[in-house]
Design a protein around this ligand. Structure first.
Ligand code: UTP
Length: 477
């Protein structure tokens, strides 16, 4: 066993040997005192008991994780609130908007941004939130989110606490970015950052922890499910501010309707613990998890878990039966989050993700384009089966979901910008401003509307100059 001085380090080193992971000390004799400290600190941050359990449970398993707590045989499509199509639907929607607005006016809403991911597919150097997505201004994802929050604060004359979940891999750069930009006009006291937990990345054959460098364990954030313990860790602040509902969303969706009052209202009026927005799937093979029911429980069933028959099953009106696609926008009640003191009911299952990484072998860095490692991730929606009265609200995908996942192709910056511009063009057209379009419907000129100018068509119509002509790039801010 390697020798370390302090009792704390001795205990942690013993845990490494007990877990059979002593290969992480392979280069101990070659590294200096600072590098040894770094390695010991990383070891101290790992929950070895949990990690060892996961390795035993998942290794050699080809599936995506432990079976969720409900079976798949008796699956039914989840019941969702459809887009309003009748006067009764409209009335229900208006009642929800009123309830949501009241919660915002009463300061009962907080915001949780899930931004701890590593954004490997986008290949962007830095936190994904810094990615320049604004078609004209190159505003970053973070800036759009911050300005939406500021617009809400101005509209409802209440400060909204904004909790940002980061991870070890992007925390410092994220905090520095907000500081450099003076929190984009928000008060620093309304913005809180917290790192989610990390877990080691292992080789898929033997479950041994990989090293990224001689004194550097390969670690990855423990999935967006880490959001539950992260938001629970803000308990005193949530209570102090009287927050009852936490609006939760992901960093890579610039089209998100922040704290949508209709959504908040349906959650409140439905007496729900955990609510979700869903977009109707039109293609049976679209790779998105769908909301389903089994008995009294609701869950998200991954595309790969749903049988061929169920994926193609259609209702009498021709729509896919299992169509409510998860877009990772939720409202969570704080009563639900704190219903038990120690959070033990939120023990999340872990799923296995196979990804390519560079790692140290025989003193050299081995590169790979093929998945050569496994990491463990928990998913936020895995708490859904614990929730009372989960509300699922259908929304128009093209108007609320513009994910920035890949460098190019589907779900890329190009597709997200096109969706944003199309939405802003609709607002302008509602205000009777002509927006030139190409044959395929895309806008001819670059358009951008800052959330500080307008967050929806009514505000846009009220503020845009009626003689506005779109004959070149247009930036309204
Ligand atoms: P993705 O699953 O798309 O992962 O995360 P990612 O890290 O952004 O990108 P890839 O897969 O490496 O290319 C969806 C959302 O969940 C957050 C991300 O920041 C993003 O907002 N997330 C993901 C976390 O906060 N923590 C995690 O451990 C994983």
């Amino acid at each position: 066993m390697i020798r370390v001085d302090s009792e704390r380090d001795q205990v942690n080193v013993a845990k490494v040997y007990e877990a059979g992971q002593e290969q992480i000390f392979e280069y101990w004799d070659e590294i200096d005192a600072d590098e040894r400290r770094r390695l010991l600190d990383q070891i101290a941050s790992v929950d070895f008991a949990e990690f060892t359990r996961l390795v035993r449970l998942h290794l050699n398993s080809e599936d995506s994780g432990p079976a969720p707590s409900i079976g798949l045989a008796d699956l039914e499509p989840a019941v969702a609130i459809a887009l309003p199509s009748t006067p009764a639907d409209e009335a229900r929607r208006d009642a929800a908007i009123a309830a949501g607005v009241a919660a915002l006016e009463n300061g009962e809403v907080g915001i949780l941004l899930v931004a701890g991911g590593q954004g490997t597919r986008l290949q962007f150097d830095g936190p994904k939130g810094k990615f320049p997505i604004g078609p004209v201004s190159q505003r970053s994802l973070f800036q759009f989110h911050a300005e939406k929050t500021l617009a809400l604060k101005r509209r409802f004359k209440r400060s909204l606490p904004w909790f940002i979940m980061t991870s070890e891999s992007n925390h410092e750069e994220t905090v520095e970015y907000f500081q450099e930009h003076q929190y984009f006009g928000l008060s620093a006291s309304d913005v809180s950052f917290r790192r989610q937990a990390m877990l080691p990345i292992v080789d898929p054959r033997r479950g041994k922890i990989l090293l990224r460098g001689k004194s550097d364990i390969a670690l990855s954030p423990n999935g967006h499910g880490g959001a539950i313990s992260t938001i629970r860790s803000f308990r005193s602040e949530l209570e102090k501010r009287g927050v009852r509902y936490v609006f939760t969303y992901q960093v890579d969706n610039p089209l998100v309707r922040m704290c949508d009052p209709a959504f908040l209202g349906h959650h409140i009026l439905g007496d729900s613990d955990f609510s979700s927005k869903a977009t109707p799937k039109s293609d049976p093979d679209e790779k998105v998890g769908v909301f389903c029911r089994s008995g009294q429980e609701t869950k998200v069933v991954e595309y790969t878990e749903l049988s061929e028959k169920k994926r193609h099953q259609r209702d009498v009106d021709g729509q896919l039966s299992f169509r409510a696609g998860n877009i990772a926008i939720h409202v969570i009640s704080t009563d639900f989050l704190f219903r038990d003191e120690d959070g033990s009911s939120f023990k999340m299952p872990y799923h296995v993700a196979r990804k390519a990484i560079s790692y140290m072998k025989d003193g050299e860095l081995v590169e790979s384009d093929e998945p050569n490692s496994i990491r463990f991730e928990s998913f936020l929606f895995d708490v859904l089966h614990l929730a009372r009265n989960p509300v699922i609200m259908e929304v128009d995908r093209t108007r609320e979901f513009a994910p920035v996942k890949n460098l190019d192709g589907a779900d890329s910056p190009a597709t997200a910008r096109a969706l944003l511009e199309n939405e802003w063009a609709r607002w302008l057209e509602r205000a009777e401003i002509a927006v030139p379009r190409n044959a395929d419907g895309t806008v001819t000129h670059r358009i951008e509307i800052s959330p500080l100018f307008a967050t929806g068509p009514e505000e846009c119509a009220a503020r845009v100059a009626p003689n506005t002509v779109v004959d070149g790039d247009l930036l309204l801010q």
